[in-house]
Design a protein around this ligand. Structure first.
Ligand code: NAG
Ligand code: NAG
Length: 145
């Protein structure tokens, strides 16, 4: 087996990630940090809403988030974008790049076994989340579903 930079990066990511269930590293890796949920509702159907969510984002203030909920026939999909990291001296303010959001959430959809998860892209201040949950949007829910 070749030992390359991608594997070293994955090892570092795993070391800092409590709940990750990383598969083998793939060739292209724009997403440097992605953590999968390991419990709760399972459903890869949430992937169909990634484009709409990521293109709907507006300017987010530092340490604020934007969230959106989408219904499937059997469960709902909670999406979020949380502007939480500074890259320099001044807090970032602005609209997260749709492509960054899409790359991150596609990774979650393709590699988290339907549980959902969250992540960011190298240099990016925003954490993006995709989370399938029981019930439908606007209904009350039990925590951790
Ligand atoms: C998805 O995220 C994992 C964990 O951060 C990473 O190892 C993998 O390279 C990413 N895949 C892509 C296609 O970005
Ligand atoms: C991505 O997440 C990590 C871990 O929480 C954080 O330290 C980093 O600032 C974020 N942005 C980058 C540089 O990828």
């Amino acid at each position: 087996m070749m030992f390359n930079n991608n594997m070293i990066l994955t090892t570092i990511v795993l070391a800092f990630s409590m709940t990750s269930t990383d598969a083998a590293p793939s060739a292209a890796a724009p997403v440097v940090r992605r953590t999968c949920f390991t419990a709760g509702t399972v459903g890869t159907e949430c992937g169909q809403f990634i484009q709409d969510f990521c293109n709907s984002l507006t300017s987010i203030a530092f340490r604020n988030n934007e969230a959106k909920c989408y219904d499937t026939p059997n469960f709902k999909c909670d999406f979020g974008a949380f502007l939480e990291f500074t890259n320099g001296l001044t807090p970032p303010v602005g609209t997260p790049a749709a492509a960054t959001c899409i790359d991150t959430l596609n990774n979650v959809t393709n590699t988290c076994g339907g549980f959902g998860g969250f992540g960011n892209v190298s240099g990016g201040p925003t954490t993006f989340t995709l989370d399938p949950n029981q019930g439908q949007c606007k209904q009350l829910e039990a925590p951790g579903t």
